[in-house]
Design a protein around this ligand. Structure first.
Ligand code: ZN
Length: 326
């Protein structure tokens, strides 16, 4: 039963690293997990959802020890990897390795260190390759007034960018989320435009750091998981915006809202409505811009739902298993 469950999980992991083919051969043969794992001190194992990744992707790291663990920390090319433990498994820690959208392709070493309850040090090392992401490029020729915001708007946008950077730099040491994540719009299963680069009149802009989810104005927007509201205001580019801090350096971003229903400082439970879909900010039509930042790395938010499980699937299952007559 256990190995069967493990196979299912590994199969699901394969595809969000966007290296499905490479991962398939490595993960389907028995014992291949060890290869995907890297080297550890005796009694400890490290498993990665994939050994290769691409710009904007997210990998799950699992550290298991023969003895209960009291702490585990990770470093990947100078960035820390957030780890957490789950109730009932003291000898195991899970972590997220986040590959920024613009991280230079190459090979990076993952170093994991920690300690067991008996003060014994543990450590693991693995090499993770980052490949170039495959993102769409859109070339547009438009009137100058549409490309260049005036100096006042530039100043405002710069200040807001810095404000967001300061937020993403802060790491709340506690994990505020618990369980699976969800796509914030009911019934929406995928999003578009992640990593898309727009070249306006020959000048490349910053890549699109989130996904655009289809929705009509007024559609409720749900918190992807439990978190604390750290920003709830109107911004130049993303219009009415909410940012949730989920702890451990993980933040979700919700933009272009027609209405914000929460305030900075509020703690939202998973699924809570934080606002409504709209077309505020610099957009051509209503949709939700949804972003995910982990340890300052901008990654595709759909991957957290795939990696940690989809909270809405559970709701759907529960609903469909309810007796139809009551
Ligand atoms: Zn967008």
């Amino acid at each position: 039963m256990r190995s069967e469950g493990g196979t299912v999980v590994r199969k699901r992991w394969m595809c969000f690293a966007l290296v499905c083919l490479a991962a398939t051969s490595a993960l389907l043969s028995p014992g291949a997990t060890a290869k995907a794992a890297g080297t550890c001190t005796a009694g400890t194992t490290l498993r990665l959802s994939a050994t290769e990744s691409s710009q904007g992707s997210l990998l799950l790291v699992q550290v298991k020890s023969a003895k209960p663990l009291t702490e585990v920390q990770g470093d990947w090319g100078g960035r820390s990897v957030p780890f957490w433990g789950e109730a009932g498994s003291t000898a195991q820690r899970k972590g997220l390795l986040a590959v920024d959208l613009e991280k230079a392709p190459g090979e990076y070493e993952l170093k994991v260190t920690g300690q067991t309850a008996r003060d014994k040090k543990i450590s693991c090392r693995a090499r993770v390759t980052v490949r170039k992401g495959r993102f769409a490029t859109e070339k547009l020729q438009v009137g100058k007034q549409f490309v260049e915001p005036n100096s006042e708007q530039i100043k405002r946008a710069d200040e807001e960018r810095q404000k967001l950077r300061d937020i993403f730099d802060r790491v709340t040491p506690e994990r505020l989320w618990d369980g699976k994540f969800r796509i914030p719009l009911h019934g929406v299963t995928t999003g578009t435009n992640f990593g898309r680069r727009r070249i306006l009149n020959g000048n490349p802009g910053t890549p699109h750091g989130g996904v655009d989810l289809p929705g009509t104005t007024g559609t409720p927007v749900h918190a992807a998981q439990r978190g604390k509201v750290v920003l709830a205001e109107e911004l130049f580019f993303s219009g009415n915006t909410v940012v949730l801090d989920h702890g451990l350096g993980m933040y979700t971003f919700y933009g272009h809202l027609s209405e914000i229903d929460v305030m900075t400082g509020d703690t939202l439970e998973a699924d809570a409505v934080l606002g409504k879909v709209g077309a505020t900010g610099r957009v051509t039509g209503p949709h939700l811009h949804w972003g995910l930042t982990v340890e300052r790395a901008r990654v595709n938010p759909l991957l957290i739902v795939k990696l940690l499980g989809d909270a809405t699937e559970e709701t759907t299952r529960k609903e469909s298993s309810k007796p139809s007559t009551n």
